[in-house]
Design a protein around this ligand. Structure first.
Ligand SMILES: *Cc1c(COP(=O)(O)O)cnc(C)c1O
Length: 488
């Protein structure tokens, strides 16, 4: 299994790469995103055999389809250490932590069984743990092979930074330097990150806003000599290993929603609360592998770049001033960084057309495929979309409590709202639950008049001692800080 860039399929940047050579990287050298040269296929026999597997062993089988330069026994060892009941213990009362991603049945609506796939039982209570925890173990393994080290630099406004820190804490050869805007995150998010005492984790509280943090990461990344000397890397959502780790739970969710170990091969649909298109891109890949997925429903909030594309064929990235701060903040994006992967497939894997389209994103802020053959094929890929607003979110959170006595978070509420508009009689609908309500307590309080339940162990999070360094929004000062703490 080799990997090519969406911008250079044999035309621009030459030879396909192995998994191990793209593992630690982000963008391909030509600015594209990596994808396998062809999607591996699952047979009916594999589908029925995989039904019996634990999450960890299923993950090893799925990963093995994409990774042929790490032995499957090692993959299995890594997945068994990653996906443990202890690591994913933050389940609702009555759910089994050993399922890792329990399927929570809501009920039947308009003749369609509706359920949630709980992906946020990991250490930071959001679905990003699913991929990031595996990435931590994969990175540690890969670095140990060459006696190498990696210094991860990132910027966060909340979920991604904490998922990265909890995945990399205590890992040999890895340090994390995470920039966050001082005083701009919720008390819960701040405490989650800053309470980590591991010596390989550095929280840098930047005197500025999130955009300043992101600009500093860009500035450091553009200093190629510095980056090489200090072995700087990233773990952003375009990393291929993160996407492929997410493919696994579409299989797991499919098996659970179609009757478990003795179930049938009927089609089901998924709804995915979306921002950077990483999560639903993994669903697209599972479907391309042959998983019987009928629809992939992309749910957005008021930041509806993706919904606009799937409705009209127009992709129009937003300016900062047009990007709203919403009550589902992890979906507040102005452009979807993984979208190019799907566009490449939609364009029949034509790298030249992909280059042309994403060049016009840079120069003209978007592109328009309305009326083209390519856009007409969107339905063949199962994609539909919808949008949800703050009022919808509040209404959906209240309604799900009233009908099913289950509290959902704001992002999952966007998913449920949009899923309901896409239901088809007889087709099970699985909404991916991307975070726990405890992370977004303010909005839940507004909706329900009471704070959401907190998983055990999180009760006194904000009272724990915090460890962070305050730094000015100045790339040179931050480079100096990192250089002084890499141990290189
Ligand atoms: C990151 C995130 C999303 C969006 O996922 P993408 O892969 O960026 O589309 C949705 N919900 C929550 C809670 C998240 O943290």
């Amino acid at each position: 299994m080799k990997y090519l860039s969406t911008r250079g399929a044999g035309t621009l940047s030459g030879t396909p790469q192995s998994f191990s050579s793209i593992l630690l990287g982000g963008l391909a050298p030509d600015g594209g995103l990596y994808l396998p040269t062809a999607y591996p296929q699952v047979t009916k026999a594999e589908l029925s055999a995989w039904r019996q597997l634990s999450y960890a062993d299923l993950a090893a089988e799925v990963l093995h389809k994409f990774i042929d330069d790490v032995p499957v026994e090692i993959l299995r060892d890594l997945t068994r250490r990653t996906y443990t009941a202890e690591g994913y213990k933050n389940v609702r009362p009555g759910e089994n932590a050993a399922d890792i991603t329990p399927l929570v049945t809501l009920g039947e609506e308009n003749g369609a069984p509706l359920s949630l796939l709980a992906l946020s039982n990991g250490p930071t209570l959001a679905f990003k743990d699913m991929a990031m925890q595996l990435l931590g173990n994969l990175f540690e393994y890969a670095l140990a092979q060459h006696g190498d080290a990696l210094n991860i630099l990132g910027a966060t406004s909340g979920d991604t930074g904490s998922a990265a820190e909890y995945a990399m804490r205590g890992k040999d050869g890895i340090r994390v330097f995470m920039l966050s805007p001082a005083g701009k995150m919720s008390a819960f998010q701040t405490a989650q990150m800053y309470s980590l005492q591991d010596p390989n984790i550095f929280n840098l509280a930047v005197d500025g806003v999130f955009d300043d943090c992101q600009d500093i990461v860009k500035a450091v990344s553009n200093d190629h000599a510095y980056k090489a000397r200090h072995k700087i890397g990233t773990v952003n959502s375009i990393n291929w290993a993160r996407v492929v780790a997410q493919v696994v739970y579409y299989f797991k969710g499919y098996f659970a929603a179609t009757g478990g170990t003795g179930g049938s091969d009927r089609e089901i649909s998924f709804t995915v609360p979306s921002g950077n298109f990483g999560n639903v891109c993994a669903g697209h890949i599972a479907r391309m592998m042959g998983l019987p997925v009928r629809k992939l429903v992309v749910a957005t909030n008021e930041n509806d770049v993706l919904d606009e594309f799937f409705r009209t064929g127009r992709y129009r990235v937003r300016k900062s001033a047009e990007t709203y701060h919403t009550s589902s903040p992890s979906m507040d994006i102005s452009k979807a960084s993984n979208f190019e992967r799907f566009m490449f497939d939609l364009l029949g894997r034509d790298a030249e057309r992909t280059v042309a389209l994403f060049r016009s994103v840079e120069t003209e802020g978007g592109f328009d495929l309305s009326g083209t053959d390519a856009f007409a094929r969107v339905a063949e890929f199962g994609f539909v979309s919808g949008r949800s607003t703050h009022a919808d979110r509040i209404e959906t959170i209240r309604d799900v409590v009233k009908r099913y006595d289950i509290v959902i978070d704001t992002h999952t509420a966007d998913g449920v709202k949009v899923a309901r508009e896409a239901l088809e009689p007889g087709v099970p609908m699985v909404v991916l639950e991307t975070a726990q309500p405890a992370k977004f307590a303010e909005t839940i309080l507004d909706a329900l008049g009471s704070e959401p339940p907190r998983p055990a162990g999180f009760e006194k999070l904000e009272a724990l001692p915090q460890r962070f360094d305050t730094v000015p929004a100045d790339a040179e000062r931050i480079k100096a800080f990192i250089a002084g703490h890499t141990g290189l």
